[in-house]
Write a protein that binds this ligand. Structure first.
Ligand code: SOE
Length: 381
């Protein structure tokens, strides 16, 4: 069958540029029934040498050094934004106005005002859109969603999540500039709140519904760092650590923690949900497994089951190898591409849309406001 082309214009050729491109390249081989096929039409970054090298290495047909030119090109159907957070809003608005589909890396924006503008621009243009909260599409996490939706957990009491890293403990690590823009709040909007907790919040609201009230705290452990761009010692304005407690609309209580100061942890995302009848637990370092406790099991064998989510009946797994053989982090991006392409066939949204990611932004904003005021804040969700 002749495939319909989806010509991709990728902006930003760093870590996320690679994960997304790998998704575009792999999807056709592993999801052959899809009607659409991504075409690597153009890559874009400011530095000509590096974008040229990236385009050659990954197989893009052309490259640009100015994103404004890229979003206006007639031979681009979808713009994929993999740039630092301070550019997401402007690029997304321009791409939508040019009638392009828009895929955007998380977090959607630096703050609520920016993300609202993006949601409005997308709605006005009526273009297909999605935000890369990739962890939803790890099969064990998608299975958790299915188990919860089936009602097996019963009434939910608790939701607990952590995202722990340790890469900024060294006080001599500079801030700002290439590779370190996540350390500069002017560019990133926030520290671990937008970078790590946003993932936890996205998964949590997908699994357990809206978060209504939050009470948060933040800390910046290293107060000054050399800024790579200015060459000067400057105040650090990101949150190095951020935790919050919250209430969900379904009556359950939540506890969330993220930090870049948990020595020994490189990227440990975990969550646990406790219901009246069953509990679920997941750990990124053992991503093919879902831990499941079902209180209705016969008492002599009752205990935590460790489900190896690699069977063809389980989400996405009939597309990969044979039961028992695991997959990895990169597959979550392949799955998101597959779901986006499928959404173009069905006309249904590919979740999370910009509007859904804006809800995550509302929680982040409320946590930020709470941490700065020392009081509970409503999210408005
Ligand atoms: C930061 O270190 C980071 O790469 C985040 O930006 C990603 O979103 C997260 O998935 C892993 O950690």
């Amino acid at each position: 069958m002749e495939k319909k082309q989806l010509r991709i214009g990728l902006i930003g050729c760093g870590f996320m540029g690679r994960t997304h491109t790998n998704g575009y390249k792999r999807v056709g081989d592993f999801f052959p029934a899809l009607q659409y096929r991504p075409v690597l039409q153009a890559a874009c970054a400011r530095n000509e040498d590096s974008v040229k090298a990236f385009a050659e290495q990954w197989g893009y047909a052309s490259y640009e050094t100015d994103w404004r030119k890229l979003v206006l090109r007639d031979d681009i159907d979808a713009v994929d934004i993999c740039t630092p957070n301070d550019t997401h809003a402007e690029i997304a608005r321009a791409a939508a106005a040019a009638g392009k589909m828009v895929l955007c890396e998380k977090p959607l924006a630096r703050d609520l005002q920016e993300s609202q503008g993006m949601v409005d621009a997308i709605a006005k243009a009526g273009v297909a859109n999605t935000v890369w909260y990739n962890y939803r599409r790890i099969p064990a996490v998608t299975l958790a969603k299915q188990i919860i939706a089936s009602g097996k957990l019963g009434k939910i009491f608790h939701y607990r999540a952590q995202f722990l890293q340790d890469w900024t403990i060294n006080a001599n690590l500079p801030q700002g500039g290439t590779g370190l823009w996540r350390m500069d709040a002017a560019v990133s909007g926030s520290g671990v709140l937008g970078d790590l907790l946003a993932h936890c919040i996205d998964t949590a609201m997908w699994l357990n519904g809206g978060i209504s009230d939050v009470n948060g705290m933040t800390e910046t452990f290293v107060k000054e760092r050399m800024h790579q761009v200015t060459g000067k010692m400057q105040e650090v304005t990101i949150d190095d650590a951020c935790s919050f407690m919250c209430r969900f609309n379904n009556g359950s209580l939540g506890l969330f923690e993220s930090t870049r100061y948990a020595r020994g942890h490189k990227a440990l995302y975990t969550f646990e949900i406790n219901g009246a009848d069953a509990s679920i637990r997941w750990d990124l370092h053992d991503l093919n497994r879902l831990q499941y406790f079902d209180n209705s099991d016969e008492s002599i064998v009752r205990g935590w089951r460790s489900i190896h989510v690699t069977d063809g009946d389980q989400p996405y797994m009939n597309k990969w190898w044979v039961p028992g053989l695991g997959i990895g982090y990169e597959h979550s991006f392949v799955h998101q591409v597959a779901d986006f392409l499928e959404s173009l066939e069905t006309g249904k949204n590919c979740s999370p849309t910009f509007a859904e990611a804006h809800e995550t932004q509302k929680v982040c904003q409320a946590v930020f406001d709470s941490a700065h005021s020392g009081s509970w804040k409503r999210t408005g969700i």
